[in-house]
Design a protein around this ligand. Sequence first.
Ligand SMILES: [Zn+2]
Length: 237
Amino acid sequence: MNVCIYRLPREESIVLPGSHCPHCDRPIKFYDNIPLFSYLLLKGKCRHCGAPISLQYPIVEGVTAFFSLLMFLRFGPSLDYFFFFAFVSGLILITVIDLFHQIIPDVVSLPGIGVGLLGSLILPHISFLASLVGVLLGGGILFLVASGYQWLFKREGMGGGDVKLLAMIGAFLGWKAVILTIFLSSLIGSIVGVLIMILKGKDFKYAIPFGPFLSLGAILALFWGEQIVRWYLMLNR
Ligand SMILES: [Zn+2]
């Protein structure tokens, strides 16, 4: 995961060269490259040159492990587990890359659309039609929002990466979850946006990447979608 996060935006190979310290370039041995444990054993420093290892590494490792466990508890040892683990891993990748580089790599989202569609044919969670409509609805809605914003304000508000990301979410979770994801990500994104405006003052030109909110919305929809919809309907009775 961390290799992809570091190398995908830099358009480097994710296979070669092997892991090396970005400071002294010395290769990292496999026993110094064990998720979480190596960070703790090395006390967050390179074995050779002592340069600090970014906290991003153990955080990404911990978050990935947490969701892996959550999905294993939900799906058990099944194909569903691997399918949704691939989905959530993709969302974590996209979130971190979008936060630091303001891009959503096509090499994650586009194959993701294919894997999601294929999964709907093999696994029982949604029908192929629900998955296909999810791709079209997810991509279509954000495409309209992005074009509308650009037409209205004469500048880009939402990137094409967000469009492809929501299409991928639709492929994995179906069109109903697309609607829920838009609702949740807009809600959370607005709250965070207002908080940042309050903290940073009125002169607010800082662009907040939307990918992390879409990813968070999709994860909430995946795990607690039914509960959230039921709770929402109860509130509006
Ligand atoms: Zn080093």
